[in-house]
Design a protein around this ligand. Structure first.
Ligand SMILES: Nc1nc2c(ncn2[C@@H]2O[C@H](COP(=O)(O)OP(=O)(O)OP(=O)(O)O)[C@@H](O)[C@H]2O)c(=O)[nH]1
Ligand SMILES: [Mg+2]
Length: 335
């Protein structure tokens, strides 16, 4: 029956921050201490190594097999807990087809199945291999590489989709020209997101701008739906949680550690303080006896603006302080 006073709004956000910050930090730490396996399957010369190197920030260090040695599956460790499982030459894999090989596929988070658009696309051998792999793991992306050196790519894609009953995404790329690599990156991260490993790989990728934008867009969408819910009194918690998690993920993506105090200051300053206060007050509907309800568009808008402001600061290597953020935040909020 009472109208909530502004002070309790501040308190609500304060408490929401405390509870969501430790949750989000734990999630991120758990993700970063986990292991990631990505299998690269495909014929010799399909462009497995080139594609991975085109996506990564730092080149993958491949250790060539000694001449004369049987080349089978090879683990390439990247930054301690990321493992690329390279299978140089499909024929070898088929000959092997060992329990060991299948065990690798089974534990892989993503399997990139390479086809050479400039060669025989999806030969009998390749189809056979695909069928043996999918028995142990269906997190497969079919990568049709070298599209710069082939004609009529849509027909090739169509052919592969028909042969595989469209069970897996077929992504045409050129690791040489970079064409459509962003789509491959998105597809990989989408699979990893479901396993809470997208940040683990994202940190190592070159195109951080695209990753950050995708995260900001989805955080904005999540905030919008939280804001649209007439949850009495408690939509702050999920809203602040979304923002805390976004800021922490961005800071980890760009490798710019942020302290708890700093993160808190930023959220309070933007969402309720200085820049955001006026806007925020307008849209919080005080529901008698129920608390406050944040408007949907503002929940989404402030989240997106906060994300872009933080991203901008990290990209430009500026100091993440309140004054800097407020200036940038205001300009993003206007948009
Ligand atoms: N035209 C064209 N050539 C490419 C492309 N990607 C890779 N290549 C070339 O194909 C050759 C093989 O590339 P790699 O990345 O070593 O292929 P790989 O699948 O790792 O080969 P293995 O490790 O021997 O199994 C190299 O000469 C690359 O320059 C592409 O998109 N277009
Ligand atoms: Mg290779």
């Amino acid at each position: 029956m009472f109208f909530k006073k502004k002070k309790s709004t501040d308190l609500e956000i304060d408490q929401a921050f405390e509870t969501t910050f430790s949750e989000a930090s734990e999630e991120i730490n758990a993700q970063l201490s986990g292991e990631l396996y990505i299998s690269l399957v495909g014929d010799v010369n399909a462009g497995k190594s080139s594609t991975i190197n085109a996506l990564l920030d730092e080149e993958l260090v491949t250790v060539g097999a000694k001449p004369g040695e049987t080349i089978e599956i090879q683990e390439i460790h990247h930054k301690e807990n990321i493992v690329f499982v390279d299978t140089p030459g499909l024929d070898d894999v088929i000959k092997e087809n060992s329990a060991k090989t299948l065990a690798y596929y089974k534990k892989s988070d993503v399997i990139l199945f390479f086809l050479n658009a400039a060669g025989t696309v999806l030969s009998e051998n390749e189809l056979k291999t695909l069928k043996s792999i999918e028995k142990s793991n269906e997190d497969i992306l079919i990568v049709l590489n070298k599209i710069d050196a082939a004609d009529d790519i849509p027909s090739l894609v169509d052919y592969v989709e028909k042969q595989t009953d469209s069970r897996y995404p077929v992504i045409p790329i050129s690791s040489r020209t970079g064409e459509n690599l962003p789509a491959l990156q998105d597809a990989i991260l989408e699979i990893l997101k479901a396993k809470s490993k997208d940040l683990l790989l994202g940190k190592e990728l070159k195109d951080k701008n695209r990753i950050a934008n995708n995260w900001i867009i989805s955080a904005g969408a999540a905030a919008t739906s939280v804001g649209a819910l007439p949850v009495p009194g408690s939509d702050f918690v999920p809203l602040v949680g979304i923002q805390v998690s976004l800021i922490l993920k961005l800071s980890s993506l760009y490798n710019k550690p942020i302290s708890k105090a700093n993160a808190k200051e930023l959220i309070i300053a933007t969402v309720v303080g200085n820049a955001g206060k006026a806007v925020f007050r307008q849209v919080i509907k005080f529901v008698p006896g129920a608390g406050s309800v944040v408007g949907a568009s503002v929940a989404g808008g402030t989240t997106v603006a906060l994300g872009h402001a933080v991203k901008y600061i990290y990209e430009k290597d500026l100091n993440l302080d309140i004054n800097e953020l407020n200036k940038i935040y205001k300009s993003f909020l206007k948009k």
